[in-house]
Design a binder for this molecule. Structure first.
Ligand code: ADP
Ligand code: UVW
Ligand code: MG
Length: 398
């Protein structure tokens, strides 16, 4: 059996849990097993794990039976444990969606840090409890293994104060009520990868569209976040699989006062019953919507595209112009049709789509001579987490 040192990474998203096992070879990290359970809370959950060569080593499909985060996490931790063999686990790295005002850099997760992060659960109810549950489990059963938390909010700490501000009185702002931004590990990875696609992107004005079950856009200038569509919580900005995205705040008052809804009911509405699912009445999953001939499924996709187009305009204004648009995450990487609609809507910015490149899985999908270039770049939040965990532990050793 192979031996060596490994870093285990766990990434709990709203509709999936992903994991990767990295072998450490000197300064290098190479993934030797990765997998995910996706389609949580839908009727089509799917588990798949692949080895270094991309060969499928395990798979399971659930039909009709809903798989929750708890079910999925138990199954994955068992699977990972069974596959580690004689590897020595140097660290377990976790994606943690909300770091609040206190945590922006990766940290070693102690019982005390965990307690502080648990207080942020109301600000990320679809994620934070699922990000923190495996941390607590491992602190209980394997306290000797270092655990590292990496925050979705961290990358956005570079945003200028104006981009982070709500127009609220200072005493509210001082309590940490401001825009944070999310999907930061994904954006940080994309920012690090872009110069390999084209060296000029390193200094460019770029909008990255992270379109998964959660969806947001980030404006990058020279690889740093200057604005994003998500704010205090990950319910802001674009409509998502089950989240509403930005609303007139007056809607909340109406729900409270006129419809007599309670806070938890409103939370359920905004986080779990809205977005693509709420508008379509069919599904939260883009594949199902694209396959459906129900007009409400079409309406949900059209609204998603429309809002992305409007937010692209807003972020282009924040950047003072646009050089490139990058698509990533589940929908951004895989739906040529969605990318096509978004790119056609951005023609006014000088983006000319190369239809054949978009259909064929190419990285560059804009036509030669397009003033704004367009790209498809697979994200890798797990690699970003492993890099952070390795760096943090190396620092701790010296
Ligand atoms: N081939 C595909 N075509 C269209 N949409 C896809 C495809 N593959 C995945 N998706 C969509 O990606 C979304 C999930 O994205 P993902 O980034 O994995 O989510 P999470 O936010 O849970 O990390 C779902 O809406 C799914 O339907
Ligand atoms: C922050 C967020 O929405 O994450 P995900 O897309 O993984 O649900
Ligand atoms: Mg995700």
């Amino acid at each position: 059996m192979t031996t060596g040192n490994a870093i285990v990474v766990v990434n709990a998203g709203s509709s999936s849990i992903k994991f990767s096992l990295f072998r450490e070879e000197g300064a290098d990290l190479s993934v030797f097993l990765k997998g995910q359970i996706e389609g949580l809370y839908t009727d089509g959950a799917h588990f798949a794990a692949r080895d270094t060569g991309g060969e499928l080593v395990a798979e399971k499909r659930w039909g009709g039976e809903t798989v929750t985060h708890d079910d999925a996490m138990r199954r994955l931790l068992d699977f990972v444990h069974g596959r580690l063999g004689d590897y020595r686990v140097d660290a377990v790295g976790h994606r943690i969606v909300h770091g609040g005002a206190e945590f922006s850099e990766p940290v070693r997760l102690t019982t005390e840090a965990l307690a502080r992060l648990e207080r942020l659960t109301p600000l990320a109810p679809l994620h934070q409890p699922h990000n923190l549950a495996p941390v607590r489990t491992l602190l209980d059963i394997a306290p000797h293994i270092p655990q590292v938390g990496c925050f979705d909010t961290g990358f956005h700490a570079s945003q200028p104060p104006l981009a982070q501000a709500f127009a609220l009185p200072a005493e509210i702002t001082e309590r940490g009520v401001r825009r944070y931004g999310f999907h930061g590990l994904s954006y940080e990875y994309i920012a690090s990868a872009l110069p390999h696609y084209d060296p000029s992107l390193a200094q460019a004005r770029v909008i990255v569209a992270h379109l998964g079950n959660g969806a947001s856009l980030c404006a990058l200038r020279a690889g740093r976040s200057v604005a994003s569509t998500m704010g205090f919580t990950a319910v802001d900005g674009l409509p998502m699989g089950t989240r509403s995205g930005a609303l007139d705040p007056g809607v909340i008052l109406y729900l409270l006062d006129e419809l007599k809804m309670g806070p938890r009911e409103i939370e359920r509405l905004l986080y779990k019953q809205s977005g693509l699912l709420g508008v379509s009445g069919v599904s939260s999953d883009m594949r199902s919507l694209e396959a459906s001939d129900n007009p409400r499924a079409r309406l949900a996709i059209d609204l998603f595209v429309y809002r992305i187009g409007r937010e692209i305009g807003s972020l282009a204004a924040a950047l003072g112009g646009l050089d490139a648009l990058v698509f990533t995450a589940g929908i951004g990487e895989h739906s040529a049709s969605l990318r096509r609609s978004v790119c056609l809507g951005a023609a006014w910015l000088g983006l000319v789509l190369d239809e054949a490149a978009n259909e064929s899985g190419a990285s560059r999908i804009s036509a030669p001579g397009s003033r704004v270039s367009a790209w498809v770049a697979p994200t890798d939040e797990e690699l970003m987490i492993a890099r952070h965990a390795k760096r943090l532990l190396a620092g701790a050793d010296t």
